[in-house]
Design a binder for this molecule. Structure first.
Ligand code: GTP
Ligand code: SPV
Ligand code: MN
Length: 605
């Protein structure tokens, strides 16, 4: 077959790889993406022709589409995600592992002929501004038009990337197939995928580096620039190259006096990054602008401070719960040029989901394509329904969001969904203690991963599903940042918990825009102000130090939010001891020391 890519690049390694994957996957056609607006329109037409996309009402939601996935393909599949190295110890105890060579042999058999009857799309993409020395180029080969459309929003795609790559630049080969070849005359389905959950493979080879993803067309399984490249592969590269690739939002907080501070925050999937990144503060005069909602690449700058850059260009955000009350800026971002996956479709041709802040329509088509009324005993939208929207459409996008050097970070937040034990906010004593706090993070699981929700699990740095190497070495890498610069110049570290619940199950803290009250205290602490009390777990806001003006919060709730329950923390420390055992001698001794120091501070209290 005469493949179109041969005229587009003189990169011999890229050409050799593309020739190899065409021979392996056996597509009917090959199409190389140029990244133009015309092309995006064409790809959406193709997706409509296959029934994958439904165009929404062009007056209500111009240039927007709805996709319904297959019910077996609605979230990331962590138990089918692998880090493949030669030795298992390099993948560590938190990752699924298989020997690299064996896995490649297996994948070659699985990918053989997997694109028969389909078009193969070649997507050259850049994570980070094209040409920035900090950016990484990937080439995703996929048989999904849905993936092409989403990648075009989420990353920088096209000819300009091939130009930046030149004839010998570095790139990460990313091979993706939905795993549903078509026999001659076989009809297609709107969402082709591998339906057997045990036959999906999301595989990373950090030593190449390369990515092979088979069987899923959804989210982080299929948009390979996101979790696969920008987190799993990038975290492994970052360790070698001395920087950090993190599951973090980036925001700029501006005080009423006009002073700016940049904050990065790591919370697990569906635990509030998008909401915090573009929140509207309830505190008068304070302003939040957004640089990123999911991934931060951070490195020490020439001035010794830590700089963060968002490698993406779009938001792939959780839809249910997004409303004008909770996240008005997200609502304004996806008014046009957006894709919705697994939302409900109203009779007017608009989208709807639970807790959208508008009454449920009398009738709609639910995410599975069935009729739905408010009396139905199931949800209209899947709990992991998502919107894909261009970052530049966010009304509070920060002017520096594409700055190729990034922005200097003053504070790093860790957090999770914890109904008990963990207070609203506390501050680390120093960098090492902050790294300890990140390693000790845990969260109740959410619908972003295809398994049981609401189960408390350890999720260090919100990176449990995304760390591309041994998590013990990852802890050591974080600790090592203190040796790469003047530690005083590193960001201060905080832990937050918006999800504390009362005994009756209600959230104790109003959250969302009121999280600005916590951000204000953090802003003050970083600037040398803000009153704090020292406790065994860290520095908590002193009585009266949190600005609660205009907020009606029952005294008992505030008390619960800002008290350290010593008994519960002793249990927490005991659990952590057990968890740390998994890492064996890869656990840095400094963290063991931090844990012992915590136990001592709790002892006798
Ligand atoms: P990923 O895209 O999966 O990485 O998720 P995320 O961390 O960006 O989470 P997101 O901001 O989309 O929030 C997920 C869910 O948490 C939504 O249902 C929100 O409504 C809810 N949520 C976010 N912030 C808060 C908060 O401050 N308080 C409460 N109670 N819920 C929140
Ligand atoms: C997450 O699960 O953390 C996400 C969504 O951001 S996905 O891209 O599907 O991984
Ligand atoms: Mn995420």
């Amino acid at each position: 077959m005469a493949a179109a890519f041969e005229t587009l690049t003189k990169h011999s390694r890229l050409l050799a790889w593309l020739t190899e994957v065409v021979q392996l996957c056996k597509p009917d056609n090959v199409y190389t993406c140029d990244g133009s607006a015309e092309e995006y329109g064409y790809i959406c037409e193709v997706a409509m022709k296959h029934g994958t996309f439904t165009r929404l009402n062009d007056t209500l939601r111009p240039d927007c589409f709805l996709a319904r996935s297959h019910p077996s393909d609605v979230a990331r599949v962590e138990d089918r995600t692998f880090i493949c190295t030669n030795d298992q110890i390099e993948a560590g105890p938190t990752n699924n592992w298989a020997p690299a060579r064996e896995m490649k042999r297996k994948l070659c058999a699985i990918f053989d002929g997997c694109m028969e009857g389909r078009t193969m799309y070649i997507i050259p993409f850049s994570m980070g501004p094209v040409g920035s020395p900090f950016s990484k180029i990937g080439i995703e080969v996929t048989d999904s038009a849905y993936v092409v459309a989403n990648m075009t929003i989420m990353t920088r795609v096209g000819t300009k990337v091939l130009e930046a790559l030149g004839s010998d630049g570095e790139f990460v080969p990313c091979l993706h197939s939905v795993g549903a070849p078509l026999k001659p005359f076989q009809g297609d389905v709107p969402w082709p995928c591998e339906r057997d959950p045990n036959h999906k493979y999301i595989v990373h080879f950090p030593d190449d580096p390369s990515i092979w993803s088979y069987g899923s067309g959804y989210g982080g399984n299929a948009l390979l620039g996101k979790k696969c490249l920008a987190l799993r592969i990038a975290s492994a590269l970052a360790r070698k190259e001395g920087w950090l690739a993190e599951h973090m939002l980036i925001l700029c907080l501006t005080s009423p006096e006009g002073e700016k501070r940049y904050i990065a925050g790591a919370f697990p999937s569906a635990c509030g990054k998008t909401n915090l990144a573009m929140m509207r503060p309830t505190l008068p005069g304070w302003k939040v602008t957004c640089l990123g909602d999911d991934i931060a690449w951070m490195r020490i700058g020439e001035d010794g401070r830590l700089y963060a850059m968002n490698p993406e260009t779009g938001f792939f955000g959780v839809a249910p719960g997004t409303s004008y009350d909770t996240n008005p800026n997200a609502m304004e971002t996806f008014t046009r040029n957006s894709i919705f996956t697994n939302a409900g479709l109203t009779d007017e041709g608009d989208i709807w989901w639970e807790d959208m802040g508008v009454p449920a329509p009398a009738h709609l088509i639910d995410w599975e394509g069935d009729d739905w009324t408010p009396d139905s005993d199931r949800k209209a939208a899947h709990p992991n329904a998502r919107f894909t929207a261009p970052a530049e459409q966010c009304p509070v996008i920060d002017p520096d969001w594409e700055n190729p050097s990034g922005v200097p970070i003053s504070a790093i937040l860790f957090g999770g969904r914890r109904a008990g034990t963990v207070p609203l906010v506390y501050e680390a004593f120093d960098w090492e203690h902050g790294v300890f706090m990140g390693s000790a993070a845990g969260s109740e699981t959410t619908a972003a991963n295809l398994s049981k929700t609401g189960v408390l699990r350890h999720d260090p740095f919100a990176m449990l599903p995304f760390c591309g190497y041994n998590m013990g070495d990852y802890f050591a890498h974080w600790l090592s940042m203190a040796g790469r610069t003047d530690p005083q110049k590193l960001p201060r570290i905080f832990f937050v918990n918006w999800f504390r619940k009362g005994e009756d199950g209600h959230f104790l803290w109003p959250g969302y825009g009121d999280n600005s009250r916590v951000l204000k205290w953090i802003f003050e602490r970083v600037g040398g102000g803000g009153q704090a009390v020292k406790t065994p777990i860290g520095n908590l806001p002193a009585p009266g130090a949190l600005d609660l003006s205009g907020l009606e919060l029952p005294a008992a709730d505030l008390e619960a939010l800002l008290t350290v329950d010593v008994g519960a923390w002793k249990q927490e420390a005991a659990d952590l001891s057990e968890y740390y055992e998994e890492f064996g001698d890869r656990l840095p001794t400094a963290l063991r020391g931090q844990l012992e120091a915590l136990k001592e501070r709790l002892h006798g209290r």
